[in-house]
Design a binder for this molecule. Structure first.
Ligand code: SF4
Ligand code: SF4
Length: 85
């Protein structure tokens, strides 16, 4: 993960490999082209999607395109659980 002064660079996207079913809708929907298909397989045999590590603009397209609840989380700089941003 890319860091700035030792801290994570916001916004960023996180994908849980085990929740991913390898449809790659997120990869094709990302306007910043910062998602890619991993060479690795998860335990179900899917080539999961992964974040390249920088360049996310926090648009959330990947989150809304993903059919698997919980597979993708997009972290925005000022996000706090339960607080609207
Ligand atoms: S859209 Fe969701 S299930 Fe499909 S590849 Fe991306 S993270 Fe995996
Ligand atoms: S939030 Fe937008 S820019 Fe960031 S990884 Fe998802 S689709 Fe790409």
């Amino acid at each position: 993960m890319e860091t700035v002064n030792g801290e994570r660079e916001y916004p960023f996207c996180e994908i849980d490999p085990e929740e991913c079913k390898g449809c790659h809708l997120c990869v094709s929907s990302c306007p910043a082209e910062v998602l890619e298909v991993s060479d690795n397989l998860n335990s179900k045999g899917f080539h999961y999607a992964e974040y390249k590590g920088s360049g996310c603009i926090g648009c959330g397209f990947c989150f809304y395109m993903c059919p698997e609840p919980g597979a993708i989380t997009v972290y925005l700089k000022d996000y706090e659980p339960g607080k609207a941003v």
